[in-house]
Design a protein around this ligand. Structure first.
Ligand SMILES: Cc1cc2nc3c(=O)[nH]c(=O)nc-3n(C[C@H](O)[C@H](O)[C@H](O)COP(=O)(O)OP(=O)(O)OC[C@H]3O[C@@H](n4cnc5c(N)ncnc54)[C@H](O)[C@@H]3O)c2cc1C
Length: 345
């Protein structure tokens, strides 16, 4: 039995499913999961449906509770951010909300399941009321509250969750929007176009080049664009957005090299994601062009790195099935993943 624990960084789909499977496969091993945020095991995929109003409560999107993780024998530490990895020493450096100084945690094997964050391109969504990305549960809650009539927003929508209440209250106090621009015709943009139509907004979807849902090809894109049009969404293909305009609150979206603009009071920027791999800076672990971790066919860092107490194992962000595969290798006999590698990054 290894003296040091199996350490997982990231407490969502990949991290917690891997931790759970690891515990099942090796019940005598200690498993620690560090999650920097308050939320764990959430279903991002359901966020557009929550915003559409098809799901009553944000809490319905949560899968595993901290108590359930504890019952599985997982030492889950929320509010703990891993800021650095030392593969030669086999330790991670951890900063927590509770302590002022960081601590070192030794590991025998390390799973990096830190996912990604929303890219914003040239758009500054942080300083404009009514401009959002959608890549976390607090954003989903804030968008939902922002769309609601200030007189009738129901705080029960976010009951029993660790939501950023202040942000929700701020959004809920804003006048309800009527016209939305969605920048980016990927799946987040398309799902949000549908969701916002269901909430009764006038929706403009902007796709920079080609068609929406590019990875699916033109035949699929044609059908999706027709369906969106039937639902009342105005789809602007081959239309790069130049700027989001507004002072404190979003007021307009500018396009056609600034020659044209539409007045809006809600903007959703869905222009891609960036992998959270900064914690590996300086480790020599190879990253790909997008900044995601480069792995071999077994999901290990390339080239495979021996570390003092084991092997540095890695992954980036591919959800539950990938977590299963990672954890299935507890016997250290690499097995080939039984699905095609996801090369989107
Ligand atoms: C709107 C939307 C809709 C989607 N719909 C679908 C869908 O229909 N089907 C589908 O398959 N996928 C969908 N996805 C993608 C899916 O949500 C992701 O693939 C999945 O969340 C990835 O899980 P993950 O555990 O790898 O990473 P994440 O969910 O990103 O979780 C990573 C976790 O690591 C934590 N973390 C990051 N850095 C550190 C650190 N240094 N220290 C400690 N903790 C850290 C983060 O706080 C986060 O909790 C959707 C995504 C979005 C945004």
């Amino acid at each position: 039995m290894d003296a040091e624990p199996f350490v997982v960084v990231g407490g969502d789909a990949a991290g917690l499913s891997a931790a759970s499977k690891f515990r099942r496969a090796a019940p005598d091993r200690e498993v620690i999961v560090f999650e920097k945020g308050r939320w764990i095991s959430y279903a991002y995929c359901g966020m557009p449906y929550f915003i559409a109003g098809r799901i009553d409560q944000l809490g319905d999107l949560l899968s595993l509770s901290p108590a359930a993780a504890d019952e599985r024998g997982i030492d889950l530490r929320r509010g703990h951010e891993v800021t650095a990895v030392d593969p030669d020493e086999g330790v991670v450096r951890v900063e927590s909300d509770e302590r002022s100084e960081s601590v070192e945690q030794p590991y025998s094997e390390l799973l990096v399941a830190t996912g990604g964050r929303a890219a914003t391109g040239p758009f500054d969504v942080r300083n404009l009321d009514g401009a959002f990305t959608l890549h976390d549960m607090d954003a989903a809650a804030a968008i939902d509250a922002y769309i609601a009539d200030p007189e009738s927003y129901d705080f029960d929508r976010v009951a029993d969750t660790p939501v950023d209440r202040e942000r929700v209250e701020h959004s809920a106090a804003q006048p309800a929007p009527e016209t939305a621009a969605i920048i980016g015709g990927g799946y987040v943009g398309v799902e949000m176009a549908e969701a916002l139509r269901e909430r009764g907004l006038d929706v403009h979807l902007f796709q920079r080049s080609g068609h929406v849902l590019q990875p699916f090809g033109e035949a699929v894109a044609d059908r999706v664009e027709r369906e969106l049009a039937e639902q009342g969404v105005t789809v602007h293909t081959e239309t790069p957005v130049d700027a989001l305009r507004g002072d404190e609150r979003i007021e307009a979206v500018a396009f056609d090299d600034g020659a044209d603009e539409i007045e809006i009071d809600l903007a959703i920027v869905g222009v891609g994601i960036r992998p959270n791999t900064e914690l590996l800076d300086g480790t020599g672990v190879e990253l790909g062009d997008s900044g995601a971790i480069r792995t071999d066919e077994f999901g290990r860092t390339e080239p495979p790195r021996r570390v003092r107490r084991g092997r540095l194992r890695d992954r980036s962000s591919h959800g539950y099935r990938r977590g299963d595969v990672d954890a299935a290798r507890t016997d250290r006999q690499p097995e080939r993943p039984r699905y095609r590698r996801d090369r989107r990054w």
